[in-house]
Design a protein around this ligand. Sequence first.
Ligand code: PGA
Length: 247
Amino acid sequence: MSFILAANWKMNKGPAQARAFFDQYKKNQSLSGIKTLFFVSSVNASVTGDALEGTDLYWGPQNIFPAAHGAFTGETSPQVMKDLGASYVLVGHSERRKLFFESDQQTNVKLHSASEFGLNPVLCVGETFEERKQGRTLEVLNRQLIIGLSNLEPKGELHIAYEPVWAIGTGEVASIDQVSEAHQFIRKFLSEKLPHHHDNIKILYGGSVKPENARELSQGKEVSGFLIGGASLDPEIFFSIARAIKG
Ligand code: PGA
């Protein structure tokens, strides 16, 4: 079973920079046992679809609106992304939840929509610093999972990214014990609620993953992938994380 290495470029790069990144990145030999995904902003969808066509690198948008077309100003159509070659989608990233007030109910609607349009979703969950301080981490994960995954019968792949909000873009990394505790909790939840699917669901860690800490974090219990922001923007640094995981 391969380890997922997912890049979240957020609102960075334009088409020329995206093309230059992929030209460089594709010079690397692909590493067996690692599946690489790129979550790009919708302005880079077309260029990414062209650059990755016929390769073993996959991509998708960072958000979708749950409809194929229509009067939804400023939104991204899952149908159009699919047509451009996307196969994955990020749902419920903490920046969407915090800055755009995305609720657990909306993540659920988007997961259903992803499934309808044939995009494999990666659902992001994670507690804020306040919630951790109050000892509410597992309660928050439980709520995000119960509502987010409600009535979902995954058709293709489904993955979960555990991203403690306080570790995103801060340089502060969760300890291996904190990561293992959250991942084991998520695994138990999945085995109870989605018993027929949970073997195929990977649990990714995200939050200040770097080449220097990747190897140790990859050995946390139930860690079967990473979602990487800052360290995914440079092709050399991102690839050195893949190498670090292989050891
Ligand atoms: P980071 O971001 O690697 O820059 O902490 C991770 C993410 O937001 O997915």
